[in-house]
Design a protein around this ligand. Structure first.
Ligand SMILES: NC(=O)c1ccc[n+]([C@@H]2O[C@H](COP(=O)([O-])OP(=O)(O)OC[C@H]3O[C@@H](n4cnc5c(N)ncnc54)[C@H](OP(=O)(O)O)[C@@H]3O)[C@@H](O)[C@H]2O)c1
Length: 613
């Protein structure tokens, strides 16, 4: 029996999703396994499918026209089906679908998935949202002291990448009177033996956070309080007396905690992302329902990738539809399920909620600071940086050196199509949106994308990586890479005692490769400006990505500097250096060329000890 069959009933995908017959339009009673909802489960199952995808990839590279490629793929499939019908007739097989499946790996799509949603009319929703906005405006006015809002916010996920920026911006925002941060204890284990070395309490973790965020002066630190909790537990694991205290004072909950691992199994992602969200929503609902509670709203941090692989239509802010081309991983799927739960709380329980959906979040826009984050786009940049370091100075005989050089070339291959577009957005812009939403009654009941309108293509990314870290990453056909190159490369690297690098590359290709294939979603943006009042000029993504590469190279040594206190020390120096350079050049540092930037580094920073010269 497969693992997925033994899921506890409350985790069943069929709570959220139904399978519908394309022939009759009826809802089918079949079991839905989580893996059925992922892209990976619907490809590479037949040699002919692998070949067809390779061909399409090459065609896209030659023409750059995704629509044309989709049409060709459709045409090819139709031809396959027609040929199968003829062959079936000739060999006396009554069911041509058996022939098309066996010979060409073709399956006629007989069903699609869709979300189960509460049945409400647009008029009902409009009336509900208008009421919510009015209530939120009244409550915001009531939370005003001396003409300014005095907001009291509970934050989950404060130790994370986005959460730390929320704390930093909150510290410098006079409208936020108090921020309570919910933190779980952290067990520190020996990296080699796995033995528990110590357990950090929420108070220890809070103190470290303030120090690393440069907020440990009384005037800034006094705004913060740290409480123990775990979002996967009922009432978010908060102690009873703390619950009472929060009920009497909180104006908002920002629910930012999640598991952002693209390779977590379904059940783990579900518990962190869906159960965690349900507990947070129930907590906010209890606040909203409590008499005399000053509660204004719940802010749910989602992701614009809840739209999955939605290729033909723009992924709209307004609604989530089940993506025709499925999800890349369980992270996206469970975040989408959490968003459906959030909609239910809005519609069925009238909870005042703002749903905020960041795209792929990268370091801060001016200097690239990311407080040690090594996830998502940082991972490939760091792995290629390390591969370059490990393999570009080979030792040994001429033969050893030549084989290392050859492997170095092979290692710097990434599955992807040059035209695939990624939506990268700096963390300071994302958090500006989150903080603005605290004060915007008009945002109630809205789903708002915090993404960019200047998306980067894979080919722009490889170009910047080449200029900034000297690595010539070649984009390879994703199907060929998955099925042939990667297994061979992993073996070769093991042969030259670079197993760790081999594993890192394998993980990288399988986890992140799906984001650089063609057919990426295009996320609508606009409400960040229209509703939240953010600047219509979104950060320049080319500059921000350049700063990510520079930061990860010099500050993080491609992920090898792991001590968060050391990262914090370096980031302060880095920030000052970047601001000085901005002053000198009179423009953003991201606009400075790679050579000029390296010259400035050599003049101003001693990289050995990472100090100003
Ligand atoms: N990073 C991105 O590119 C991105 C893009 C779009 C949306 N988002 C969304 O933004 C939010 C924050 O992401 P991030 O990048 O900051 O993630 P992150 O760096 O991995 O941080 C996750 C945070 O959630 C906390 N957390 C996880 N499970 C918890 C639990 N059971 N109880 C209490 N706290 C728990 C973690 O606490 P510990 O320190 O104890 O582990 C950590 O503070 C998430 O909702 C994510 O889906 C992120």
């Amino acid at each position: 029996m497969s693992k997925e069959k033994s899921l506890p009933p409350e985790l069943e995908p069929s709570h959220y999703i139904e399978k519908v017959s394309l022939v009759t339009g009826e809802v089918l009673d079949d079991e839905i396994q989580p893996k059925n909802l992922l892209v990976g489960n619907h490809r590479d199952y037949h040699l002919a499918d692998v070949q067809a995808r390779r061909f399409m990839s090459r065609l896209l590279k030659a023409t750059g026209d995704e629509e044309l490629v989709r049409e060709k793929m459709k045409d090819l499939r139709e031809r396959g089906h027609r040929a199968s019908e003829m062959i079936a007739k000739a060999i006396g097989q009554r069911d041509p679908s058996k022939v098309s499946k066996a010979l060409f790996g073709l399956k006629r799509k007989e069903y699609y998935f869709r979300y189960r949603k509460p049945p409400v009319s647009h008029d009902e929703i409009d009336a509900l949202l208008a009421e919510m906005r009015e209530e939120a405006a009244e409550r915001l006015a009531a939370a005003t002291v001396d003409g300014r809002p005095a907001l009291r916010v509970l934050l989950t996920g404060g130790t994370g990448f986005v959460g730390q920026e929320i704390m930093w911006q909150a510290a410098h925002d006079d409208d936020i009177a108090e921020m309570v941060v919910l933190i779980r204890p952290k067990v520190i284990r020996d990296r080699k033996t796995g033995e528990v070395k110590e357990t950090l309490t929420p108070a220890d973790r809070g103190e470290a956070l303030l120090r690393r965020l440069w907020l440990d002066t009384p005037e800034l630190a006094d705004k913060f309080r740290f409480v123990a909790g775990d979002v996967e537990q009922p009432h978010m694991g908060l102690a009873d007396d703390e619950l009472e205290r929060l009920r009497a004072s909180l104006t908002h909950l920002i629910h930012c905690a999640a598991s952002v691992a693209f390779d977590d199994p379904y059940e783990k992602s579900f518990r962190a992302n869906v159960t965690g969200t349900l507990n947070a929503l129930a907590f906010s609902h209890s606040l909203q329902s409590a008499e005399d509670s000053p509660f204004i709203a719940h802010l749910g941090i989602e992701t614009s990738y809840i739209h999955g692989r939605q290729v033909k239509i723009v992924a709209r802010e307004e609604e989530v539809v089940f993506p025709r081309n499925f999800y890349n991983n369980y992270y996206e799927l469970t975040k989408a399920m959490a968003s459906i739960e959030t909609e239910r709380f809005i519609v069925e329980k009238r909870l005042r909620v703002v749903e905020l959906c960041p795209a792929i979040v990268i370091g801060e826009s001016r200097a690239g600071n990311n407080r040690g984050d090594a996830k998502v786009v940082n991972a490939p940049v760091n792995v290629f940086g390390r591969a370059h370091q490990a393999l570009s100075k080979p030792k040994g005989t001429f033969v050893d050196r030549s084989s290392a050089a050859m492997i170095a070339k092979m290692a710097c291959v990434f599955p992807g199509d040059p035209s695939a577009e990624m939506n990268l957005i700096p963390v300071d812009r994302v958090v500006a949106g989150i903080v603005a939403a605290l004060k915007k009654p008009g945002a109630m009941g809205r789903r708002i994308h915090l993404g960019t309108d200047n998306r980067l293509k894979s080919q722009d990314i490889t170009e910047i990586v080449r200029e900034e870290i000297g690595v010539d990453v070649k984009l390879a056909d994703p199907t060929l890479h998955r099925n042939v190159t990667l297994p061979v490369l992993t073996k070769l690297l093991a042969g030259v005692k670079q197993e760790r690098l081999g594993n890192a590359l394998e993980k990288l290709g399988s986890i992140f490769g799906s984001y650089t294939e063609w057919g990426q979603p295009v996320h609508e943006v606009g409400r960040d400006v229209e509703i939240l009042g953010l600047s219509p000029e979104r950060p320049n993504t080319r500059y921000a990505f350049r700063m990510l590469c520079r930061h990860n190279r010099y500050v993080q040594d491609f992920g090898q500097v792991r001590d968060l206190d050391e990262i914090s020390r370096r980031e302060k120096i880095w920030w000052d250096f970047c601001m000085d350079l901005e002053g000198l050049t009179g423009g953003p540092v991201g606009a400075v060329s790679a050579e000029e930037f390296q010259r400035a580094i050599a003049e101003s920073l001693d990289l050995e000890g990472f100090v100003h010269k």
